[in-house]
Design a protein around this ligand. Sequence first.
Ligand SMILES: NC(=O)c1ccc[n+]([C@@H]2O[C@H](COP(=O)([O-])OP(=O)(O)OC[C@H]3O[C@@H](n4cnc5c(N)ncnc54)[C@H](OP(=O)(O)O)[C@@H]3O)[C@@H](O)[C@H]2O)c1
Length: 340
Amino acid sequence: MSQYRVAVVGVGMVGTELVRVLRQRNFPCSKLQILARRARTETIDGNSYEVLPTTAEAFSDIDIALFAGTEGEKGASQLYGWEAVRRGAIVVDNGADFRLEPNVPLVVPEVNADALKSHQGFIANPNCSTIQMVVALAPLHRAAGIKRIVVSTFQAVSGTGSQAVEELKSQIADVPAGRKPKVEAYPHQIFNNVIPQIGGEHKDYPGYTSEEVKMIVETRKIIGDQDIQVSATCVRVPILNAHSESINVELNKKLSLAQVKEILASAPGVKVIDDLRSSKYPLAMIADGRDDVFVGRIRKDPSCENAFDLWCVADNIRKGAALNAVQIAEKMIEMGLIKK
Ligand SMILES: NC(=O)c1ccc[n+]([C@@H]2O[C@H](COP(=O)([O-])OP(=O)(O)OC[C@H]3O[C@@H](n4cnc5c(N)ncnc54)[C@H](OP(=O)(O)O)[C@@H]3O)[C@@H](O)[C@H]2O)c1
């Protein structure tokens, strides 16, 4: 089997998990180079890694570059993403900077691996809350077509990055002790709170946040159907890791509840836990550290003819980011799209 020279750019929540996932899945690496803003040594799962500063030259001897730097004009992808492609690397980017570009496939391997065939060296990993939703819903779309989705999310602080995780932990200690908590990651204290805002207001969707609009537009691009109607409410909750979602999906054609359950039970990447009477359903605590998208509370919506409700939980750092990025690279190798 060919071995690839791999770079992981950024070593925060997602970058650290990328290194872990590459190791856990025995990804065929002949070299694994971590790049970030500043040089240092990082220890991940007991192994020590040299971290080098990110430069254009650093990509000259890299086959696959997995980007997990921050977004925006000072972020790694905008500064170095396409330069890495020019120097011969295949880039898989975790950020939102290029997801909607027509020449950038936006891929969840269980859903639209075919989109990789037209890649131009740069592939985008979708938003975490969108990834888990489409893994659960794409099989229903294939069976009966999706007309409309109404989703509310309950998103963990790990989705904001390592600084937000530390802030929740410090608030858990400071607030009960009567100390003034540090409040920087969010507009409000997150401990003992629920914040119905993830991102700022979107300029094209008045009243909707940027995270909510990602769920609308990315879902359509990944599933490949611009007619799917989506409304989202994205909420930050004081959970360390794993996002939960309440999803109402209306289908174009009639399916029975038994058919929906059967489709979900055999869907790739999905694990169904659905026994309300025994209080068994997906929980953030179960999904934390796991690869599957967990689905439960599957029920027929009595208020709408072809609609169903379900509860969907996944590890936002693994399937919502690092694992999906590594699966994209694995799929490209399998499809013969990465040359050695
Ligand atoms: N967390 C999630 O659930 C999630 C899910 C999907 C996608 N994402 C996306 O994944 C990316 C990383 O998120 P995160 O949560 O891991 O962030 P994070 O914990 O804040 O870590 C950011 C990392 O990026 C590095 N970095 C920032 N700017 C850079 C630059 N110009 N050049 C090189 N490295 C740079 C930082 O380097 P230093 O350590 O040297 O400062 C740091 O290691 C973001 O684009 C985010 O939107 C996150």
